[in-house]
Design a protein around this ligand. Structure first.
Ligand code: GNR
Ligand code: NI
Length: 172
């Protein structure tokens, strides 16, 4: 397994729509494992392939707490096939927008259909943090960041901060 480098906003790769995978083969499985290692190494609970510069519809999620045993989900071509009518707000962060947090409102429960690491079609009904995280990751596959759910004022403040951080990183 290998640790991959994570792209930071603003980056055009984070704004593109990722392409479906034809099937989950050895190459896709290896990418899923590398993404899990990268995500755990960065203390994240989810990661989407575009965040490591791969424009494929692949996500990994693990919302288990550090003291719990890992519960990794590997999903290719994930699709929300049902979402609840009720919405909940929760604070979100993103490994591509380091140290930025904001409340995002999303459906509280979703049913997601996906290909697992064995190329089997499966469905999962998720609630709580798992539901939030899956929606956040699928957004990445469509070039959508959590700040795109905020008012343009809030989004502007966060993106300007990040652009400034990036300029400062480039000059040290
Ligand atoms: O680590 C992460 N935490 C998080 C918290 C609330 C809702 C979504 C997330 S996902 C994020 C990792 C990440 O950037 N995934 O794309
Ligand atoms: Ni993210």
């Amino acid at each position: 397994m290998a640790r991959l480098s994570i792209l930071f906003a603003p980056d055009v790769q984070l704004k593109r729509r990722a392409l479906p995978v034809e099937q989950v083969d050895g190459e896709v499985r290896r990418l899923m494992d590398d993404m899990l290692e990268t995500m755990h190494g960065a203390n994240g609970i989810g990661l989407a392939a575009p965040q490591v510069g791969v424009l494929k519809r692949i996500i990994v999620v693990d919302v288990a707490r550090p003291e719990e045993s890992p519960q990794p989900w590997r999903m290719a071509n994930p699709e929300i096939v049902w979402s609840s009518d009720d919405a909940v707000a929760g604070e979100e962060g993103c490994l591509s927008l380091p140290e930025q947090y904001a409340e995002v409102v999303r459906p509280s429960r979703v049913c997601v259909r996906y290909l697992d690491h064995q190329n089997e079609m499966r469905e999962l009904e998720a609630s709580g943090l798992l539901a939030k995280c899956i929606q956040h990751e699928i957004d990445h596959l469509d070039g959508v960041l959590f700040v795109d759910h905020l008012t343009s004022l809030k989004r502007g403040i966060i993106l300007r901060k990040l652009a400034k951080q990036k300029r400062q990183m480039a000059t040290v």
